[in-house]
Design a protein around this ligand. Structure first.
Ligand SMILES: C[S@@+](CC[C@H](N)C(=O)[O-])C[C@H]1O[C@@H](n2cnc3c(N)ncnc32)[C@H](O)[C@@H]1O
Length: 420
């Protein structure tokens, strides 16, 4: 008995010293001799847990919980075993998912021209059935899983699967907006007015759009250059918009203005991301969008407000980026871009590419053609709002006396509307 007690003291020391194998060497003969001794089973549960033998640890902890006078210590070990089990399960799942993604990535091109092989088909079905956890907007593997998980028909979705473009979309930040409005995207056909460089298409497919049409007058169909939204700079996408549209049946890309659209097609969702503030004739565009609508179409736009701290669209974007020594920054900082308006030369960018529409004007225009279901005014950051001092307010109002604090504070609007 004294030997057993001394042995258990040594076992405890070894477990605390993170030497579970040495502890187990002492514990095995003790358990063989007295399998009904609760404390011995408890220590073997701890030692087995530390070596990763979760089934063995669970059997010992269950036994200890019954054999010991107070089961609370054994219950704590059982809880730790469950945590370890969950970690092991999710690591197994991630490894299985990565293996399935590899199968699909190596077989997807062949599947474009012929029926997918059984292996590819099975891998796609497994990926589609996974519980999607984690940030699928920035992790390329999760984004590939999301592509199949959100697809209406995952096997048919193989036809427009492009692992390179999904990786680029995740890296360049092109899945963030489709995810934000996913309830209006999944299972729906989408037209993206003012889509930019063509990179958003696959982002919308990852969020579950059944098809995507992007158009923009500034899109260069033969350039591989696109804006990396995460780094806020242009970078090489490795593929041109023309090649994207040629390779992926679910994606169409056109160079042009929405006013010039002349086809008879209707969409489930019309998206405009940071476009409404750039439209030369917003009313003409909004009125024209009605022709693209079915009865239950949703118009979803994100509008960047010209009258907020960074509404000028130039650096600095946040107060943290402000360089007091920069003459360019000084021209615009703390709402000076508004003071500048009366003094800008004709043809200045603020006058030609930013329409400077007021929030209420935009809402009123939208309501002329659509029923607004959601109008969410998104405030600027606290650091930005702290710069709106009474002096700044007074200065800005010398230029535009009727500007409200609300108009100076709202960074953006998220609007969801249906046709009248
Ligand atoms: C700030 S960019 C936004 C691009 C893209 N939506 C994004 O979030 O990256 C505004 C885009 O609106 C486009 N645009 C301006 N007027 C347009 C019009 N009438 N029809 C369609 N697009 C237009 C511009 O060419 C420009 O690419």
């Amino acid at each position: 008995m004294t030997d057993a007690r001394t042995g258990l003291q040594e076992v405890r020391r070894l477990i605390d010293a993170d030497e579970p194998a040495a502890a187990l060497a002492i514990l095995e003969p003790l358990v063989a001799e007295r399998p009904e001794h609760g404390l011995t089973r408890f220590f073997r549960a701890r030692a087995r847990l530390a070596t990763g033998d979760l089934d063995g640890a669970r059997a010992d902890a269950d036994a200890a919980a019954v054999l010991m006078p107070d089961r609370s210590a054994a219950d704590r070990v059982l809880a730790r075993i469950e945590v370890a089990q969950a970690r092991t399960d999710s690591a197994t799942l991630v490894a299985q998912a990565a293996a399935d993604v590899a199968i699909v990535d190596s077989g997807h091109l062949a599947a474009r021209n012929a029926a997918p092989t059984e292996d590819v088909r099975a891998a796609v079905q497994r990926l589609a059935a996974l519980d999607l956890v984690g940030d699928w907007t920035s992790d390329p593997t999760l984004a590939k899983i999301a592509y199949f998980h959100h697809a209406v028909d995952p096997v048919r979705a193989l036809a427009s699967y492009d692992p390179h473009l999904i990786g680029v979309s995740a890296d360049f930040g092109y899945i963030t907006w489709p995810r934000r409005i996913q309830e209006h995207v999944r299972g729906r056909s989408v037209i993206d007015v003012g889509c930019g460089f063509g990179g958003f298409g696959v982002g919308f497919l990852v969020a579950g759009a059944t098809s995507y049409l992007g158009l923009d007058p500034a899109m260069d169909l033969d350039s591989t250059s696109a804006r990396n939204k995460r780094l806020r700079e242009r970078a090489d996408m490795g593929i041109t918009p023309r090649a994207i549209a040629e390779n992926l049946p679910a994606v169409r890309l056109f160079r042009g203005k929405s006013e010039d659209l002349s086809f008879d097609e209707r969409f489930d969702t019309i998206s405009l991301h940071n476009v409404t503030e750039h439209l030369a004739d917003p009313e003409r565009v909004l009125a024209g969008l009605v022709a693209l609508c079915k009865e239950d179409t949703r118009l979803v736009f994100h509008h960047h407000n010209y009258y907020c701290w960074n509404g000028h669209h130039d650096p600095p974007v946040q107060p943290a980026q402000l360089d007091p020594a920069s003459a360019e920054h000084q021209q615009v900082v703390d709402w000076r871009h508004i003071d500048q308006l009366p003094h800008l030369p004709a043809g200045h960018r603020y006058l030609t590419t930013l329409n400077r529409i007021r929030l209420d004007e935009l809402r009123e225009l939208t309501e002329r053609y659509f029923v607004v279901e959601q109008w969410e005014e998104i405030s600027s950051s606290a650091a930005t709002l702290a710069r709106l001092t009474p002096e700044v307010l007074e200065r800005v109002r010398r230029t535009m006396p009727d500007l409200t604090e609300r108009e100076l504070s709202v960074n953006a609007v998220l609007c969801v509307a249906t046709p009248r």
